[in-house]
Design a protein around this ligand. Structure first.
Ligand code: IMP
Length: 437
């Protein structure tokens, strides 16, 4: 393989960076798009002309006929939700025959959502603010070695047998600790029967498919979900998701070695947002934050929750660049900043009278950190129709150069609106290699 046969695209903030749009744009040149972690907690909005697609499990590649879409072994898949996603796409005449599910992906079962909801209730003020999709409990069952896997969807008798082994334990937990009446075996088998019928034939060894694709010289795009600060190891634990969201997980979550994942594009918004609880040093609860929320339509795709908004945080961005090994940046939603007189960028934090460039692991320390801002002039021009770097207002170019310098990674792509056409690729970018230019 050469350097441009594979590209990993990851979120480099707290999720919702606009990965869906960037991945959809790059997927035009991909033969395969593979997800490697997370589940239907992800919500990608892809806008194509008058069409708006909201995808949860399914990679954006599905919108390109001929592109293979894979759900990797590192994912947790909710069969009932995935079935609905497929039906919705098919209703709009999008073919789903190129979707394949790893036989080793774990299943999110209906009881995982019960655990998720009650866990959050019991945590009260200390809740994580999860999407309520059952992600954490499904990964916990995987680690506890009592999960069901996609391979179990291929034969209803095997599915019944596996459930029969697991259900007594789940029911005991549900009844004793979660005040739930539990589930009958027949009830669950019937609940999942339509999903088995539709999804069973899509279950394959996706690691083998990927290895074969590379041997045939095909181009593979690895689609990350959530973002660096939500990573189970490197994020703002416990206010994180339950999977590895960083680029290294693209290999383990899809059954490949690290040599297949050379170029890593980190997607960052031109400002910062977060949904759910947890620290957010550059959050702005004033007018600027409100303007970003309204102009940027900052409401969650999966839950509809208003997102918390704030300034670009270069401390986080540098940390995300390191833990992902980012080789390039995609800056999204630059157009949303139009109209702000000045723009703040957090370049360091002040913690206990000390200035630091590093992102602390200790949340108590982080809560005390104050961002130290550098202030840049804003611009008023509408950027949404600009298609080249040189046509951007000088202040916008200056802002981007400052981000690049603070992070130490080149900006390869800029998004100035939700549509595929509202995308600027930097001249000489390594993405030109992806495009075969
Ligand atoms: P969970 O993944 O549903 O367990 O939620 C854990 C944390 O990750 C919560 O703060 C969620 O808001 C956040 N989260 C999960 N998925 C996404 C996403 O796709 N975008 C942004 N935040 C997410």
């Amino acid at each position: 393989m050469n350097n441009f046969d594979s590209l990993v695209v990851v979120g480099a903030q707290w999720g919702d960076e606009g990965k869906g749009k960037v991945i959809d744009y790059l997927a035009a040149k991909a033969d395969v798009v593979a997800r490697f972690q997370g589940g239907d907690n992800a919500g990608h909005t892809v806008v194509y002309g008058a069409n708006i697609f909201k995808l949860h499990h399914i990679p954006s590649g599905i919108l390109y006929p001929g592109c293979l879409s894979l759900l990797g072994n590192g994912m947790v898949v909710n069969p009932l939700v995935l079935l609905n996603e497929l039906i919705e796409l098919e209703k709009r005449s999008i073919s789903t025959e190129n979707l394949k599910i790893s036989d080793k992906a774990h299943l999110i079962m209906t009881y995982h959502q019960v655990y998720d909801r009650v866990n959050e209730e019991l945590l009260g003020d200390h809740k994580i603010g999860t999407t309520g999709r059952g992600i954490g409990p499904a990964y916990a069952d995987k680690a506890l070695r009592r999960g069901l896997r996609a391979i179990d969807l291929t034969d209803i008798n095997v599915f019944r047998e596996r459930l029969a082994q697991i259900l007594p334990l789940q029911n005991r937990l549900l009844k004793s600790a979660y005040q739930h009446k539990g589930y009958g075996l027949d009830q669950l088998v019937e609940m999942y029967r339509p999903a088995l019928e539709k999804l069973g034939p899509m279950v394959v060894d996706t690691s083998r498919l990927l290895a074969d694709s590379f041997s045939e010289g095909k181009k593979v795009l690895f689609e990350g979900a959530q973002g660096a600060l939500l990573d189970i190891d490197h994020g703002t634990y416990p206010f994180v998701t339950s999977s590895s969201t960083v680029a290294a997980a693209a290999g383990s979550g899809s059954g490949l070695g690290p040599q297949y994942t050379c170029q890593v594009l980190g997607v960052m918004k031109a400002y910062t947002t977060r949904v759910g609880e947890g620290p957010f040093p550059s959050e702005d609860n004033g007018e600027a934050g409100e303007l970003l929320r309204v102009q940027g339509a900052e409401f969650g795709t999966t839950t509809g929750r208003p997102r918390r908004c704030g300034w670009f945080d270069a401390v986080i961005a540098r940390y995300a660049a390191r833990i992902n090994g980012l080789t390039g940046l995609a800056i999204t939603k630059l157009d949303v900043l139009s109209g702000l007189e000045t723009l703040n960028v957090a370049v360091t934090y002040e913690c206990d009278n000390n200035s630091t460039r590093e992102f602390p692991a200790n949340l108590i320390e982080l809560e005390k950190c104050k961002p130290i801002y550098e202030v840049f002039p804003g611009w008023h021009e509408d950027l949404s129709r600009i298609s080249t770097m040189q046509d951007l207002p000088e202040a916008a170019r200056h802002y981007l150069e400052a981000l690049e310098e603070a992070i130490g990674v080149p900006i390869e792509l800029i998004s100035v609106g939700p549509d595929r056409t509202q995308t600027i690729v930097r001249p000489g970018s390594f993405l030109a290699g992806w495009y075969g230019d």
